[in-house]
Ligand binder design. Structure first.
Ligand code: 3HC
Length: 653
């Protein structure tokens, strides 16, 4: 064994058994920053020129192999060598280069590995080309080498979804050659030793199967249909499906496309979202505050919401005690939760052991006293103040004072709930979105008296639940529903001013929302919002503009899709424009003396965005939201705002 050679401040190597073991150590995720690229290049030159080096192993320090290109370098002046140049050197080296994947190999990280002549992975590694999620395509050979290794259909799936594959899948697809059974680097060294002097398998020289035309065409059509106007997936499809051409030509096209997309508004928006997600759990004033330890979570109310929360808590490793009003209701809740676990088992998301372990950590009860062991209790009962206050007062009697109490209310004032309890400082809001086991967003509501370590506990639990937490202050509807109300209000103003529901919906879908607002209403049902409006009617200022069209629809029993009619009609279940609704809207306009006019799509989009951004500004001014990017995350993850537009606050810039 020799002394370590330092090729740059982030790349060093040791020679072991005649193999140069190169380690990239560029915390936090070993991104291929300029210093890494130059260090790697020097290591390759050294390996080529040194007679007693028979091969190279490339690996990463810490728990990541390489997390990709350094996203923070995007938009800054380029510093050589470029990643494609380094990768070309790897592939062309006359000595074997083996990738030892000690953890995630993503984006440029997988592209480095693809150019190596052999890939060994530890069992916890994962591979993926997530570039489309950043509005770009792989820019260092991913769209050209992956199809050569695993075929066009599989490459289309991985690259256009941006998903990661675990080692078992990566092995069966042929992305990696071996999963290390013993020490990873030792395994990689012995692979390099065996390959020394042999004909090397260079991915770029492999040919691509050409007998899959129909399958490829179907897959491409499916991907383009889902792209919602985004450029990156379409460009990825183009590059992958044309990869059966000389490598240099494909690589040049890929690089040019990558550079153009990298400078696009779409990519800037998605990069902003990437960093916003990592920023959202950093809360001013919580630096150095330790969350309270949580092992057991109580969930009150085992309806749809409570069961969904239970599923994510079980998956995250918590012990769950579910409470409902009667033994029968609790048992029904248990059945619902187990049913969801069974679905995960059937779909392969959970193996038999995992299923048994999660089921064993679940118990249900109708007795408050059984919640005594809980470190955190989340209530998901009927959204009624008296019901919640009664529950929290009962909990006060059985839960130890250090345990945290969370309310999942959407519209009630959690300060009022907290004030009614013995220890208001341990109360916070944890506003899950429905279905709780699917939606990533979790608003963490800081009440007037929430203790800092209680807020920190909410954030820590959210992270463990694999949710995206956004901290909100107390206001009716918190961040999401406040902005959603402004959005809805503006859509209704537009109705009165001259646009029809399907025109507004088309403009929103054209912008990138998966579904227009009125179609969403019909799907969710109109009656709950109607009941709320009726409750609020007395307090409404008669001088503010109020659109009563939704009320008229409800009075006519047009409660949406379930009722067969709402903002649209649903003959045979198919959404169609309803002339009766048009007539109701026209009558409402006449009654108010409004002369309708036509609205182009762009004006509808502009007005909707402006309304959301204005409400966002108000939330910032009131201190309800800490930063514009938190608002954007809420709208993207809770309300279908297209991520590639960055959210309403980003879009206005
Ligand atoms: N560049 C710069 N910074 C990055 C980064 C990257 N590629 N990936 C992660 N980071 C930073 C994060 O911003 C975060 O910084 P912070 O601590 O200051 O907030 C820190 O690394 C840790 O990130 P996570 O909190 O996400 O850490 P995890 O351990 O949960 O996850 C990961 C690690 C799986 C690597 C995850 O960070 C990830 O998915 N990263 C992005 C991967 C990616 O998109 N790669 C493609 C880049 S584009 C590319 O490679 C182009 C190429 O084709 C030329």
């Amino acid at each position: 064994m020799n002394d370590a050679i330092k090729f740059s401040s982030t790349v060093s190597a040791m020679t072991r058994g005649g193999i140069l073991v190169v380690t990239i150590d560029n915390a936090p995720v070993n991104a291929t920053s300029a210093d890494v690229r130059s260090g790697l290049e020097k290591a390759l030159v050294h390996a080529e020129a040194t007679a007693n080096v028979a091969g190279v192993v490339i690996t990463g320090a810490g728990k990541t192999f390489i997390g990709g290109a350094d996203i923070r370098e995007f938009g800054k002046p380029a510093i050589g060598p470029t990643l494609p140049a380094v990768i070309e050197k790897i592939e062309k080296l006359s000595k074997p280069v083996v990738a030892a994947l000690n953890g995630a190999a993503l984006g440029g990280g997988l592209e480095v590995a693809l150019a190596c002549h052999y890939r060994v992975a530890s069992s916890t590694a994962q591979v993926g080309l997530p570039e489309v999620k950043l509005g770009i395509v792989p820019g260092a050979g991913g769209t050209q080498r992956l199809p050569r290794l695993i075929g066009i259909p599989a490459a289309l799936d991985l690259i256009t979804s941006g998903r990661s594959a675990k080692t078992d899948e990566a092995l069966s697809l042929g992305i990696i050659d071996e999963i290390a059974k013993a020490d990873l680097v030792e395994t990689a060294i012995s692979a390099a030793q065996k390959l020394s002097g042999k004909q090397l398998r260079r991915t770029g020289e492999l040919s691509i199967a050409t007998n899959e035309a129909a399958e490829i065409e179907r897959a491409a059509a499916r991907i383009l249909g889902r792209a919602r106007g985004q450029k990156a997936p379409a460009e990825a499809v183009r590059l992958i499906t044309s990869s059966n051409r000389p490598l240099t030509e494909g690589l040049a096209d890929e690089r040019a496309t990558f550079l153009t997309l990298r400078d696009s508004r779409e990519a800037a928006a998605l990069r902003y979202v990437f960093f916003a997600e990592r920023e959202s759990s950093r809360v001013e004033g919580l630096e150095g505050i330790e969350p309270r330890p949580v092992k057991t979570i109580g969930i009150c109310g085992l309806g749809l919401m409570g069961s969904g929360i239970a599923i994510v808590a079980l998956a995250a490793g918590y012990t769950v005690i579910g409470l409902d009003q009667t033994a029968e209701a609790a048992e029904k809740g248990r059945e619902r939760i187990v049913g969801l676990l069974e679905r995960n088992l059937a779909s392969g998301r959970l193996d038999q052991n995992g299923f048994e372990a999660q089921k064993a950590r679940l118990s249900v009860t109708a007795s408050d006293a059984d919640l005594a062991p809980c470190d955190l209790v989340i209530e998901a009962v009927f959204d009624d103040l008296a019901v919640k206050i009664d529950l929290f007062r009962r909990l006060d009697k059985v839960i130890r004072p250090g345990a945290v109490l969370a309310t999942n209310t959407s519209y009630l004032n959690p300060d009022e709930i907290a004030a009614a309890t013995a220890y208001p400082e341990r109360v916070l809001g944890m506003h899950f979105f429905s279905p709780a086991h699917v939606m990533r967003l979790l608003e963490i509501v800081r009440c007037a008296r929430t203790a800092p370590d209680v807020l920190a506990t909410g954030l820590a639990v959210a992270k463990k639940l694999r949710k995206l937490p956004v901290v909100a202050g107390v206001t009716e509807g918190f961040i999401g529903n406040r902005i959603f109300s402004a959005y809805r209000r503006e859509a209704e103003f537009l109705l009165e001013d001259g646009a029809l529901p399907h025109e507004i919906d088309a403009a929103l879908e054209d912008y990138g929302f998966p579904m227009g607002l009125f179609a969403v209403y019909d799907m969710a049902g109109l009656e709950i919002a109607w009941a709320r409006r009726k409750r609020q009617a007395a307090a409404r200022d008669p001088a503010t503009r109020y659109v009563g069209i939704a009320d008229t629809l409800c009075e006519m029993g047009r409660f949406g899709q379930k009722a067969g009619r709402g903002w649209y009609a649903y003959p045979d279940g198919k959404r169609t424009i309803d002339p009766d609704v048009t007539a109701i809207i026209e009558a409402a306009r006449t009654q108010k003396g409004i002369t309708p006019r036509a609205f182009p799509k762009s004006e509808i989009q502009e007005r909707m965005l402006k309304a959301m951004a204005a409400e966002g500004e108000a939330l910032l001014a009131e201190g309800i939201a800490a930063r514009p990017s938190d608002i954007d995350l809420v709208m993207i993850n809770g309300y279908g705002f297209p991520a590639h537009k960055g959210g309403p606050m980003f879009a206005r810039t």
